[in-house]
Design a protein around this ligand. Sequence first.
Ligand SMILES: Cc1cc2nc3c(=O)[nH]c(=O)nc-3n(C[C@H](O)[C@H](O)[C@H](O)COP(=O)(O)OP(=O)(O)OC[C@H]3O[C@@H](n4cnc5c(N)ncnc54)[C@H](O)[C@@H]3O)c2cc1C
Length: 395
Amino acid sequence: MQKLDTVIIGGGAAGIAAAISARRRNRSVVICDRMPKIGKKILASGNGRCNLLNERLDESFYNPSGRPLVKSIFEKFGKEQILNLFQEIGLQTYSEDGRVFPRTNQSSSVVKVLEMELNRLSVPIELNFEVKGISRSQGMFTVTSKSGKSIECEKLIVAAGGRSYPALGSDGSCYRMIANLGHKIVDPVPAAVPIVLKEKLCHLLQGQKIAARVKAIVNQKTVCESEGDLLFTNYGLSGTAILDVSEDISVAINRQKINDVLVSVDMVPFMNRDTLKLEISRRIKDRWKTEDLLAGILPNKFHFVFEGKDMVCDPEKITNTVKSRIFKVVETKRWNEADFTAGGIDIKYVKQETLESTVVKGLYFAGEILDVCGKRGGYNLAWAWGSGFTAGRTL
Ligand SMILES: Cc1cc2nc3c(=O)[nH]c(=O)nc-3n(C[C@H](O)[C@H](O)[C@H](O)COP(=O)(O)OP(=O)(O)OC[C@H]3O[C@@H](n4cnc5c(N)ncnc54)[C@H](O)[C@@H]3O)c2cc1C
C-alpha cells in the first residue's frame, strides 16, 4: 500500500489550492479525483470565463451560518493573497464591477497555470480514483477507491465539493463518509438555481428577458431581494435576479419543507409606482387599446400580464400587477441546474484557524463541501482558494 504524508480528495479549486500550499511546505501529497481530469468545475465557471474572485471580499457575502469561518479564513488568506497566488503562477487578471476574471477571459487559462504549478511542485495526481471508503486506525487514514486501490496517510484533506453539477465530478459522495466519522451534515440543497411555478403567464412569456426587482417571501416575510435579469421559461423563472434569491427559496422548500413560498416581481423597477400609475391613467384616458397599455414600457408580449385579470381600466390594479406580481413557487430545479450547494459539513465541527475537524485529528476540509455558500460574483471560488490554501498550509 502506498504511504504519504497527505491525501487530498478532490482536484477542484479547493483541492488544487490545498495541494499547492502543502507541497510548498514540503509535505508529500497526492490528489485523488474520481474524474479523468482535474479542475472540471473551474473550466465551466463564469460561462467559461471563470469569475475567480471578487474585490469586495468579506463574510457578509456568505450564508449567515458560514460567516464566522469565512471571516477567520479570509483574515489569513483573502483577496490580496488570492491575487498574489495567481500573479505568482503567471495569471494576468482584470476586474469588472469588482468581479475578477483572467485577462484571457478563458477559464482554461486558470486551469493551465494551476496545472503548471502542480507540475512544477511534482504533485502526483490519481485520476479516476473514486473514493469509496475512509478508515482510521493507529493515527493513520486509509483511503480506498472503488476499484480497490488504497493509500495510507497521516493527514487527509477532503475537498470533494458539494452536489451541484454531478457531471463535473462533485456528486456529494463524500458526505456519508464524513458523517460516519462523526460530523454533522447540514442538509445540502441546490442554490443559484431556477424556480418552478405553475403559471400560465410563464408559458406565454417564455424566452422573454427583462430587468426586474425580485423579492423572495417565505411565510409572508420578505427574506431577500435582488435586482437583475428575469427570464421567463416554460417551467417558471430564471435569470440572475432569481438565481440570487434562490438559496433562501431552496432552503425553505427543500430543507425546511415550507409550503408558503412566493416571489414578488417588480417588472418595471425603473419607474416608481406613482409615475407608472400616472402614465397608465393617461393611456387609458387617451383610449389606448388594452393590449397596448404597456407598449414601450415592457416588451410587446407583456400584454399577456392582463390574461384572465379583470383590471383593464383600473390604473391602480395594473400598476400593482406590474410592480408587484406575486408568483407561488412550487419547487426549485435540481442539481443539474444548480451552480452552488447550500449546506454541507457543519462548521461547528471544524476548527476556525486550521479547518481541521474537531472530532478527528488530522482530518481537514476545504471548499464547497463545507456549509459555506457565497453569492454569485466570484465568492464561491474565492472561498475554495482561501480555504484550500489554508487547509494545506496548516497541516
Ligand atoms: C456552472 C457553474 C458555474 C460557476 N461559476 C462560478 C464563478 O464564475 N465564480 C465562482 O466563484 N463560483 C462559480 N461556481 C461555483 C464554484 O465553481 C464552486 O463553488 C467551486 O468550484 C467549488 O470548488 P471545490 O474544489 O470545493 O469543489 P469542486 O470544484 O466541485 O471539486 C470537487 C472535486 O472532488 C472530486 N470528487 C468528488 N467526490 C469524489 C470522490 N468520492 N472521490 C474522488 N474525487 C471526488 C470531484 O470530481 C471534483 O473534481 C460555478 C459553479 C458551476 C456549477
